[in-house]
Write a protein that binds this ligand. Sequence first.
Ligand code: 5GP
Ligand code: MN
Length: 349
Amino acid sequence: MPIHPTAVPVTFDLLAVPTNRRAAIEAMAHELVAGRKVALSTHLNADGDGCGSESALARILAARGLEVRVVNPTPWPDMFDFLLGDEFANMTSKGARALRDIDLLIVLDISDVTRLGNLTDAVRALTVPKLVIDHHVASDDPAGPNGVSDTTACATAELVYDMAQVLGCEITPAIARALYTGMLTDTGGFRFSNTSPRCLAVAAQLLAHGVDPEEMYTRIYASAPAGRVRLMADVLATLQVDEAHGLTWLSMQAGALEKYAVKSEDLDGIVEHARSIAGTRMALFFRDLGHNKVKISFRSIGKTDVNVFAREFGGGGHAKAAGALVTGEFAAVRDQVVERARAYLGTGA
Ligand code: 5GP
Ligand code: MN
């Protein structure tokens, strides 16, 4: 059964920029003028899509003559240093101070301004134009009113590819690698339901622009510290399965990152092990961040919408992958969310 509306023989150009995106990009092009100082920001604990989109857009805008800096709420992850290269290695700045003298802010891969963490208040207060490039389900509190927002994009990186097309920017090998990183990681290695025909067509195009897929695989999925695997063993030992509801969950205790000398980006993908169990409709990963903060990852299979469910806890994301940051005692939060999940799944959601 076709899952994507285009899962029929392709008779049109998959690489053509969809009309709604083209119009949105054309509408913001007048902000992207040479000489302007622009800051690019993405969410807390930037992932492959956040870093890949920033790295690609930084190069696209630098080629147009803008002065670019990356200002994120949390440090640039070491594992994505290769996306900066020597020329952009010093481009990342920390803290709201780096936003003081900018002419323009572009927020990537975020639908809700609070995902900017310690930069949220400074961004709210900014009076310069704020553009949002994103593929999450819209929130009530976006970082800015304008930009490109399209939930049918497999990754924000796909929208940055569209920007390059519309702005007439050359896709250099460095840009291609950055965009490929975003698309590869947000689709779980081209496996999740957001792996659309266009996603694969754009990825094919990026290979043609110089991406080496094995090198990307090695850098992203085969460069982990041994501690990641040891931590995973600990986390997997916490597995709980509620077969009746199709609910599975994993937990990570406070201090585990320090114990195994790993970073939060090393946790990416652990929740997939819970989702991999037959009959799972919703998989959860609870992380005790200490100080009464609990980070929850929500994943689903089939029609269960975890974006709707995550919103009950102040979070959000996509229908099949969402997150939330909750305040409360770890075990109490986990028990409460598990109970609510049982009720949610019990309704046939
Ligand atoms: P992850 O579980 O991998 O951290 O995030 C899964 C998805 O949910 C990502 O698309 C991410 O942007 C979104 N997400 C993660 N944490 C939060 C959160 O605290 N609030 C909201 N609104 N979205 C989140
Ligand atoms: Mn994304």
